[in-house]
Design a protein around this ligand. Sequence first.
Ligand code: GRF
Length: 224
Amino acid sequence: MSISRTTPLRVAVLASGRGSNLQALIDAIEAGQVQARIVAVISNKKEAVALERARKHGIKDLFVDPKPFAGRPDSREAYDRSLLEVLQQHETELVLLAGYMKIVTTVLVNAYANRMMNIHPSLLPAFPGLEVQKKAIDWGCKLAGCTVHFVTEGVDEGPIIIQAAVPILDADTPEALAARILVQEHKIYPRAVQLFAEGRLGVDGRRVFIDSAKPDGEVIVSAV
Ligand code: GRF
């Protein structure tokens, strides 16, 4: 299937922490490198630095408190239903998870199929989950990196859009490696958003094509 969008693309960012990927996207938009508008930054953490970053740039920041939903058997789905309402109120076309430390449920995944991206600091499918820079070093990998992928139900499992590789140095610590990977994250996430904004991404099963054709030559992507 091909994905094409309006201009400027209406993007919402879900973030729980420091928001450096959010900042990279804001900077790329302000520099004219990405044709998108961030319609809201939403967090499950009131103190998230990402919310402050949004405020500084005149972007709507929203804290959606998970507490009222806690204890219900469907607490995660109920929370996501309230997020979905907010996303729809803002006419969100693309959702970006950027350090969002909550597993999204099918409520959001289905509503934003092929319209929700995540960034992960490993070369997926190696090392999904947490503390992945340490895991890559401990495994003895020579390359680490980061992945932007569409979000599906399985954590860190969706179709891969862009990856960037970073060498692992003998003297690397998880922190040093994470910092070098982050530099690449800040490049590939805005790039993926721009490709989406330009309608240049096509999804065929697990494979994401950029301006490309399937092996049989059938063009599955067209620019807007
Ligand atoms: C990044 O390393 C990202 O890959 C991972 O969480 C971290 C978020 O960092 N999903 P930041 O909040 O964008 O600075």
